[in-house]
Design a protein around this ligand. Structure first.
Ligand SMILES: [Zn+2]
Length: 226
């Protein structure tokens, strides 16, 4: 959810240089298009690639999209997330903007989300989340450069954030090979997941406490300069 923005000074998150466009770490670049791949049925198992390689599956055996890995080449395509960098950031709890460690204190790990607090009473508790967490510095930088974020985003400390599964495209048997039927979230223990090509790692957020954005700004300003 971190938007495109530009900076004129300060440390550069993601793949950036001063005075240049800042691209969050998980943003895909124009050179990072999907590698053309044929999805095939693996009888008795689910889907695979016709020319599948070991690295096409995660440690749980789920098949993943195959984007090129050319970080920083071409132009950042804001709004398009690189599946493998998303997976790395989410799995290792890295900041989705700078790829440093996400912020963590006694109340939990820091997440910045689009504000949908009207969706259910204790939102985002129980949410299946594909947004990796963030660090305080990147929240504050984002808010300073994009005032609209202050009205449309909310920060939370999250105590429990189990990896719950993947977001991806479900395939079904077709006459001449598997056919994509829907995009959704799939738990790792869901048998359908064997028929999914994943695009994002999902964590389920529990034990969420809202953090006023002004508090993060104060915390940032009080911290020693790096
Ligand atoms: Zn950061």
């Amino acid at each position: 959810m971190i938007p495109a923005f530009t900076a004129t000074n300060g440390p550069a998150p993601g793949r950036v240089r001063e005075n240049h466009i800042i691209a969050p770490y998980i943003t895909a670049w124009s050179a990072e298009q999907q590698i053309p791949s044929r999805v095939v049925e693996r009888p008795g198992h689910g889907v695979g690639y016709g020319d599948e390689l070991v690295g096409d599956r995660d440690a749980r055996g789920v098949l993943w999209q195959r984007p090129a890995l050319r970080h920083g080449v071409g132009k950042p395509e804001f709004g398009r997330v690189h599946p493998l960098r998303q997976r790395r950031a989410m799995r290792k709890l890295l900041c989705q903007v700078c790829a440093g460690p996400a912020d963590r204190n006694d109340d939990g790990v820091l997440w910045l989300l689009r504000d949908y607090r009207g969706d259910w009473p204790d939102w985002p508790d129980g949410m299946a989340c594909t947004e990796p967490p963030v660090c305080v510095r990147c929240v504050v930088l984002s808010l300073r450069l994009c005032p609209a974020l202050r009205r449309g985003a909310a920060a939370f400390r999250v105590r429990r954030f189990e990896v719950a599964g993947v977001r991806g495209t479900l395939y079904r048997k077709g006459v001449s090979g598997p056919v994509a039927v829907e995009g959704s979230n799939f738990a790792y223990d869901d048998p359908d997941t064997r028929w999914v090509v994943a695009s994002a790692l999902v964590r389920e957020l529990r034990g969420c406490t809202v953090v006023p954005l002004t508090e993060l700004a104060e915390q940032h300003d009080a911290a020693p300069r790096r």
